[in-house]
Design a protein around this ligand. Structure first.
Ligand code: 6R9
Length: 572
């Protein structure tokens, strides 16, 4: 391959001189990397795809895709044409215009990525939904966002309560033998016929790009809105943290239904013109090693749960594969155990680099970048351009080695723009003095490394997926046998946490294992498999505040045999 050096941003790509770069770095300098700094015309999809297709990366492979039945590759030129075609189909048959919400609910496949970027080219706000969502979860998200268009598959259509979604005008179905009517359109048929030319919609940097619904400890999932401006940070962290270089083959294992699967599964690699591997289907250790070997993956981004599962699958399978292409391995989503780092060093010859960030932050904030001395168990240091601190409950900065709220000074480029339809919720993330409060507790050591301690709220992190206890509790009490429900995260060696539900039954129902299983299935079918409690325990009564709120901290104390703390607000 013809390797051409990338233009350099001011400062140091490898952060070998972190302290100096930290002092002098200015996000404004990164803007020069984008065509819009000269043309004034902004669209992330142009920077991620078209720009490369028009330049020296035209015939470079942008996407390697494989699953059980497909094995394909697409150059940047191919992707430009296919995303243009997708944009034309969405515009022509779905009337998609700037600002419209276009949801995509389907398993990973090349078409998912064509549709997503095609919608971005039209200036639409894209809402990617994980394929495991069931009707309740799908409905909440489409309703809240007033989605106008949905791209899905015939198999998943059952989970879309079309008649209860008045804003939803058009459904594109990706599959074979689609019967079209006024509302349902055959996506692939029209994709084949569509023009390769598309008039891109230019947007403002602060216009909406993507909506990711995520869980908090109270209320329904909230729509975190990100804007095109985030590309500045996607690009720069692709350099500093992912360390992507022209010749790399990069693989991020996350699904685009989660923020890692878009920010670092789509935007960061393609903004930097990197060859990106996407694999469909489910997790199987053997297949994962095969993927690395087959594509010669050099940079690999995954999650602690996955690494722990690979660890559990044993080192014998590893020996059957040539994994020597790997040169940089990263992790996100949960605390990365020192034990896993040691295992990574042993089997891949690589230290796994932890990264910390959230749906709300849009991109990396605190990381271990390649040139850094890793302290196993620490999330690393804030990247240049990001100011992090530990603050108390009033927003005062605490000295090193004191535990408190992990907070970030407002103003990094990929910060969420709002919470959809809920500006007060958005405002509630910030202290008046400008600190964004993450909901994580941590401390900073005397060398400026940050150490994760836990969530401040009741949010559950199970296998790297964020589950709000309230959403699960709400679903549980819809079951006719359930009178009350309280849900907590219970520590688990592989999954980080598992979901445990405490349930009080309605009069007339008998406790039994069958009933437990029935309740579990009810949540699984109503929300999503990963939201279903792995453990259910029946109790006559649950601890509540006088105002009727389930006291999850008391449930947690029961579970872990800990002191329950202040019980003054508990009802008699
Ligand atoms: C990107 C993503 C965010 C929450 C976050 C924290 C946990 C993420 C972590 C980590 C320890 C890390 N988290 N990275 N905990 N070490 N390196 O995961 O977004 O799904 O919104 O989750 O995940 O608790 O607050 P999201």
């Amino acid at each position: 391959m013809n390797v051409v050096a990338l233009p350099a941003v001011k400062g140091d790509y490898n952060l070998t001189n972190y302290d100096e770069t930290y002092k002098h770095f200015d996000w404004k300098d990164v803007e020069k990397e984008f065509t819009w700094s000269e043309t004034g015309k902004v669209n992330l999809a142009y920077e991620a795809i078209d720009r490369h297709a028009e330049g020296f990366r035209k015939n470079k492979v942008a996407l390697y895709y494989s699953d059980d039945s497909r094995d394909e590759k697409y150059t940047f030129k191919d992707l430009k044409e296919l995303t243009n075609k997708a944009g034309n189909v969405l515009k022509e048959y779905g009337g998609v215009e700037k600002g419209d919400r276009v949801f995509i609910f389907m398993p990973r496949s090349p078409e998912l990525y064509f549709a997503l970027l095609g919608a971005v080219k039209l200036g639409a706000v894209v809402g990617p939904l994980f394929e495991a969502f069931m009707e309740g979860a799908v409905r909440d998200r489409l309703e809240d966002s007033e989605a106008k268009v949905l791209v899905t598959t015939p198999a998943l259509l059952d989970r879309v309560p079309v008649d209860k979604l008045p804003a939803l005008k058009t459904i594109f179905l990706v599959g074979r033998d689609i019967k079209e009517d006024e509302k349902q359109i055959d996506f692939l048929k029209h994709l084949a016929d569509a023009s390769k030319q598309l008039e891109l919609e230019w947007v403002d940097r602060m216009d909406g790009l993507i909506l990711h619904y995520t869980s908090g400890s109270t209320g329904k999932p909230k729509g975190v809105l990100h804007v095109h401006n985030a590309m500045i940070q996607h690009y720069q962290t692709a350099k500093w943290v992912l360390d992507l270089k022209e010749e790399d083959v990069y693989w991020c294992t996350a699904d685009p239904g989660w923020v890692t699967g878009t920010s670092y599964g789509i935007f960061a690699p393609w903004l930097t013109g990197t060859s990106n591997v996407i694999v469909g289907g489910r997790f199987k250790p053997e297949d994962w090693y095969k993927t690395i070997e087959k594509f010669g993956v050099t940079v690999w981004y995954s999650a602690p749960t996955a690494f722990r599962m690979l660890m559990g699958a044993g080192d014998e399978i590893i020996k059957k594969h040539d994994l020597t292409s790997l040169r940089h391995v990263l992790s996100v989503g949960e605390p990365l155990n020192p034990e896993v780092i040691r295992w990574g060093k042993k089997v891949f010859g690589q230290r796994i680099h932890d990264t910390w960030w959230m749906t709300e932050t849009g991109a990396h904030l605190i990381c271990n970048y390649p040139s850094m001395n890793i302290k196993p168990g620490s999330m690393g240091k804030p990247i240049p351009g990001v100011e992090a601190a530990i603050v108390d409950d009033q927003g005062n900065v605490l000295p090193p080695n004191r535990m408190g709220n992990l907070a970030i000074k407002k103003g990094w480029p990929s910060m969420m723009q709002t919470i959809w339809n809920n500006e007060p919720k958005y405002q509630s993330y910030f202290f008046p003095n400008g600190w964004y409060v993450s909901g994580d507790s941590a401390y900073m050591d005397e060398d400026g490394y940050f150490w994760f301690q836990g969530r401040v709220d009741d949010v559950i992190m199970t296998s790297g997926e964020r589950v709000g206890p309230f959403e699960v509790e709400s679903k549980l009490i819809e079951h006719p046998a359930v009178a009350e429900a309280g849900v907590i995260g219970k520590p688990d060696p592989v999954r980080g946490e598992i979901i445990k539900a405490f349930v009080a039954l309605m009069d007339g129902y008998e406790e039994s294992d069958e009933l437990k299983e029935e309740i579990r299935q009810f949540v699984k079918n109503g929300l999503a498999a990963h939201s279903a409690p792995r453990e259910i325990e029946f109790r006559d009564k649950l601890p509540k505040t006088r105002s009727g709120k389930i006291m999850r901290r008391v449930l947690k104390a029961w579970e872990l045999d800990l002191p329950a703390g202040d019980l003054s607000t508990m009802e008699d």
